[in-house]
Structure formats: C-alpha cells, structure tokens
Write a protein that binds this ligand. Structure first.
Ligand code: NAD
Length: 486
C-alpha cells in the first residue's frame, strides 16, 4: 500500500466493541515487499487483556446455556462473511507478512472450520453404562470456560478458524491473540465477528507482542485452556506459565524439521515436484516443510539436478499482490536476518548448490533466493534448528536403517515423508518414523481433511483437526447415579 493511500485501521474486539488499546499505543506493520507502512496496530495492554478475559468470563454462562444449535448460526454467518471477504483478507496478509494472494486460500479453509463446527456438534457425546450394579453411570462433556487462542503469523486466518470454531461451538468463550507480524487480516475478521452478531464478550480479539498480552493470557487464572500454534521456544514458555499458575490445559502445535526420504525405486519426477514445492510454499515459512531431504546415493545426482531445475523454474518472485507471483518475501526484517544467518552458517558446514543470497541489494523487500545445501554433517546447526525460509538440505543414504536413523535424529517430529514403490518398505518406514504425520509418496503441505494433526517430541502435544478439536475444548465429567431398588 502506498503511504499516501488511506491505511486500514485495525482495532481489537473486546466485549463486542471495536477498540484502540487503552493507552492508545500502537505498533507499526510494514509491507515486507516494499518496506512501506501498512498499518498502525493497537498493542493490547495488561488492562486490555484482563478486560477481554473478564468479558469472556461474563459472557460464558449465557453462551453455554444457549446450546450448540443456537450457537451455530453465529458461526455460519461468520463463515459466509469470511468467504465473501476472501480477497480482502488475502490482500491484508500480503501487505503484512508477504504471502502471495495467488496462494492464499485460507479464508475458505477458516470458513470450512466454522461451517463444520456449526453442523458437527451432535457428534459430541459422552458415554453411559449399567456396568456398575445398582447404578447408572454416564459422562457429561462440558466447556472449559474462557479459552485463550494464540496464533502465529505464517497462516493466521487458517489458525483462527481451526481453533476458534471448535472452541466456540462447544460453549467456551474466546480470547484470541493475533501475531504482531500478521495482525491485519485478523483485525478485519474482528470486524466480521461483530457483523456476524456474536453476543458481546463471546469472541474477543487482541493484537500485540508476546509480552505483555500473550504472557498474561498464559498466566491468567480465569483462562482454563490455551491452544497455541507457534515456535517450540514460545510453547515451552507458555507451558511453564501454565504450570506456575492454574495448570490450565495447554495444546501445543510447534515447530518442525521435517525429513523426506527418497528411495532409488521411487517415482523420482514426482518426488522432486512434491519436495521442492514443500520447501518453497509460503517462502518456506511452513512448520511442516520438508527441510531435510535424504536421497538414496545411487539416484542422488539425478534427484539433485532435477530438484534444482524445478526449484527455480516454478518460482516467480514478485509483489505478493500480483496474481502471477508465487514467491513472496520473508515476513519481515527479523525473519530475513534469521534466515540469512542460517544460510551464512550453512555455507561453513555444507556445499552450497543453489542460491544462498538475499536479494535486498536489488529489491526493496525481504526476498531470499531458493537455496540448496548438499552433504551437510548431521550435527550442523542448520540440520538441527528450524530455518523457516526457502532453504533445504539434501543429504544421501545407502541403507533403509541409515535413512530412518538420520530422519529421526532430531528433537522435532511434525511431518515426515517417504517415497518408494515398495509398499512393505513404505509401511516399515512409516511405522519407524518419529513423527505425528507421515506422507507416503507425498509430502507436506499435503494433509487429509479428517486426520489429526500434531507433533511427536518437541513439535508439540495434543492433536488438532476437524474430528479432534472440539474434544480439545471439552472437559469430561463422570457421573454415578445410584438407583434405589424397591
Ligand atoms: P512465535 O512463537 O514467535 O509466536 C507465536 C505467537 O506467540 C505470536 O502470537 C506471539 O506474539 C506469541 N508469543 C510470543 N511470545 C510469547 C509469550 N512469551 N507468551 C505468549 N505468547 C507469546 O512463532 P511465530 O514466529 O509466530 O511462528 C512460527 C513458528 O510457528 C514456527 O516455529 C513454526 O514451525 C510454528 N508453526 C507450527 C505449526 C503447527 O501446526 N505445528 C503451524 C504453523 C507454525
């Protein structure tokens, strides 16, 4: 957005009102493609955060008592508004974190979560039995109460839908905090929530940095469950705050260092096409991107050559607002420097086969060249830590056992892939991989619509998904009723 155009005015939604922050302080969000100011965004204060939680707490009894059938129309209406405003939401993400509008289909995915929740609520059931003589026993599923949702910047609209829809339909009230790097589309959704007519306090939306608002939500005694998607570092901090305060339920969807294993008998063309897309999509800013590729030695040269060509051929750098663009800039200067730091480090440990430069010299924005490193030692920093950019390490292996050992030699475990035509080997490897998700002859971001999503090891705890997420926001109460015998 040119600086002389009128800027979108993001506000927070607290107790049904669109508001500035209580101390009127804002933080600036810049377009990462042009470095021009995109918007001034209210930074939630301690008072704002506490007010949002108090509003959610006050709204809880009535929202809970309404029952799911009467809660559902609010979610349906919001789904329709998200679809109606999809282009605007894509544009706001483009000018805050640089995702090309050509790959922004997330208003639709968020809407599908609200639609699904508004219709699938009858599937939420408890259990009942007469296995205890003289008694009837049953369970009740009830909302936690006030739940906090903290989302990252890389796919904000999608995470808003995936978390808020199941939390709301099950009778909880919500305080959602956007990421400081991508608050604009979420701020527009705050307006749509108001337009959808949710009762005041049911769905509150805050903006701001992790500290203070995110930290306050993690510590808050009135927040009974917290669903977080973001880095493993922040996930641990949230878990610590929860443990030190009210032991709120914490669901964590964290980082990744996902491996893809390519055996010599695989369809190499398909493996190349999929693995290069995985690391390129959203400029590599995807938790499950396959950042470590292990190729069987006998086909490594062929694979690497084809990968290089596909990686460049399918990439059109440009302004994310341009419909032709497939590669936008990194989200901001911090992310750009973070990625470039890993690339410089990678040059010291591996063999640079492609890219390796930032494009700041000839472009205004924060583009990083698609980069490939070969033959990097397994214990190098770039093999162990999350880069979150268009940077991939390709290494080789000679045996199945070696490939599995290398793939599992990480503290992360979000998504792993194996490419082979041997079905038994595919199943052996899928079983052995320490990962919450496994693709066979496919890789991320390919996922099934109804499968649970979440990490092994340091990639998180708990699972989210259409069939799982409502369960995340429901307590289970066991009831035993004694029956008087005549
Ligand atoms: P981040 O951890 O820096 O921030 C995520 C959110 O947490 C933001 O809203 C931020 O303001 C907030 N936050 C920061 N410090 C906090 C604190 N002390 N207390 C409470 N909240 C705090 O992560 P990011 O850079 O926004 O997102 C990228 C990360 O997210 C990557 O590690 C990526 O792998 C991960 N991610 C995971 C998944 C998944 O499903 N597993 C999906 C997308 C992204």
């Amino acid at each position: 957005m040119a600086s002389n155009e009128s800027l979108f005015r993001p506000r927070m939604l607290i107790n049904g009102e669109l508001v500035e922050s209580s101390d009127k302080k804002t933080f600036s969000v810049y377009n990462p493609a042009t470095r021009e100011l995109s918007a001034e965004v209210p930074e939630a204060t301690e008072e704002d955060t506490n007010n949002a939680v108090a509003a959610a707490k006050a709204a809880l009894p009535t929202w809970d008592a309404l029952g799911p059938a009467k809660r559902a129309p609010f979610l349906k209406k919001l789904a329709a508004l998200l679809r109606e405003h999809k282009d605007e939401l894509a544009r706001l993400d483009a000018i805050s974190m640089g995702m090309p509008v050509s790959s922004h289909f997330f208003a639709a995915s968020a809407a599908s979560h609200f639609d699904y929740a508004s219709e699938a609520w009858p599937t939420v059931q408890g259990q009942a039995s007469v296995h205890t003589p003289g008694h009837v026993t049953f369970t009740l599923r009830q909302p936690y109460g006030v739940v906090a949702l903290i989302i990252p910047w890389n796919v904000p609209v999608h995470f808003l839908g995936g978390k808020a829809a199941p939390a709301l339909i099950t009778g909880n009230t919500v305080v959602l905090k956007s990421s400081e790097k991508a608050p604009l589309a979420v701020a527009r959704i705050a307006e749509l929530v108001k337009e959808a007519g949710f009762p005041p306090g049911v769905f509150n939306i805050l903006h701001g940095h992790g500290v203070p608002s995110g930290q306050i939500l993690s510590r808050h005694m009135d927040v009974r469950a917290l669903s977080f998607t973001g880095s493993s570092r922040t996930g641990k901090l949230i878990q610590q705050e929860a443990a030190k305060t009210n032991l709120k339920k914490v669901i964590l969807e964290l980082g990744g260092k996902s491996p893809a294993i390519i055996f010599a008998d695989a369809n190499i063309k398909k493996a190349v096409a999929q693995t290069q897309f995985s690391i390129k999509f959203n400029s590599g800013q995807v938790c499950m991107a396959n950042t470590r590729i292990y190729v069987e030695k006998s086909v490594a040269a062929e694979f690497v050559e084809a990968f290089k060509q596909a990686y460049i051929a399918g990439t059109k750098e440009g302004n994310p607002l341009d419909k032709e663009t497939t590669q936008g800039p990194q989200a901001d200067e911090i992310q750009y420097k973070h990625v470039m730091g890993y690339i410089e480090d990678g040059k010291k440990t591996g063999t640079l086969a492609l890219g390796g430069e930032g494009n700041l010299a000839d472009k205004k924005g924060f583009w990083v060249q698609p980069t490939i490193f070969l033959d990097t030692p397994e214990d190098a920093k770039i093999m162990k830590e999350e880069v979150f950019g268009p940077v991939v390490n390709i290494n080789t292996f000679e045996t199945e056992a070696e490939a599995i050992a290398k793939a599992n030699d990480t503290e992360f475990g979000l998504y792993a892939a194996v490419f082979t035509r041997d079905i038994s080997r595919a199943m052996r490897v899928a079983k052995a991989l320490e990962s919450g998700y496994v693709g066979i002859n496919t890789t991320s971001p390919n996922t099934g619509h109804d499968l649970p999503f979440g990490g092994y090891k340091g990639s998180g705890q708990g699972r989210e998904g259409l069939l799982q997420s409502m369960d995340n926001f429901l307590e289970t109460k066991s009831v035993i009723l004694q029956v008087d015998e005549e």
